[in-house]
Write a protein that binds this ligand. Structure first.
Ligand code: 5GP
Length: 173
């Protein structure tokens, strides 16, 4: 049996997205952003936040996945790279959840090597107790405990991504 209970409601999410978008809009006043969404998980958060940010922008996406058997090293695979040249541009990476930190730390190194003018990270959820490598997070939606989360873009075996809220996922027999 699968048990899933609500953790962050739609209204809470909307309120927090508004606050983050407000901060980003103030921080980037007079600039143009290249917002980079990390797929698939960030698709819903990305869509919500980019339409609330009041600064000119272009958008692009990265599709990444992790090697299932190498959690200890956190090696990740780039399934689809950016189409934009990021050199000299102001980048905001938009991610769904930071767990061990391996994914973002890898992507950060990779993108910094392409010499953007700046690179900031906006993560919807921060599962801080699970962190294995430090990665600087500039904008955080919510800090959450060590639970498996689904909904609002996040999946379990590619399901539940369409839920408009965040739920804690438990599987029991
Ligand atoms: P990290 O590299 O920081 O360990 O992991 C980041 C990725 O792991 C996220 O982008 C997400 O795909 C996945 N992940 C980590 N924790 C959770 C979780 O609680 N629920 C879901 N659905 N995915 C998670």
């Amino acid at each position: 049996m699968i048990i899933s209970k609500p953790f962050l409601k739609v209204e809470q999410i909307q309120q927090r997205v508004k606050e983050l978008a407000g901060r980003i809009s103030r921080d980037y006043e007079g600039k143009e952003i290249l917002a980079v969404g990390i797929l698939k998980g960030a698709f819903m958060f990305f869509a919500d936040i980019v339409r609330t940010i009041q600064v000119p922008m272009t958008i692009d996406f990265l599709i990444v996945s992790s090697y299932a058997k190498t959690e200890s090293t956190g090696e990740i695979i780039i399934r689809s790279d950016l189409k934009e040249d990021i050199k000299g541009r102001d980048i905001i990476l938009i991610e769904d959840i930071v767990d061990t930190g391996y994914t973002l730390s890898h992507l950060r190194e990779m993108l910094l090597a392409r010499q953007p003018a700046s690179l900031k990270i906006c993560a919807f959820l921060d599962k801080r107790p699970r962190r294995k490598v430090e990665v600087p997070l500039d904008y955080i939606g919510f800090e959450i405990p060590d639970e498996y989360i689904v909904g609002y873009g996040l999946d379990y075996e590619n399901r539940f991504r369409n839920l408009p809220y965040i739920a804690i996922f438990k599987e029991s027999v």
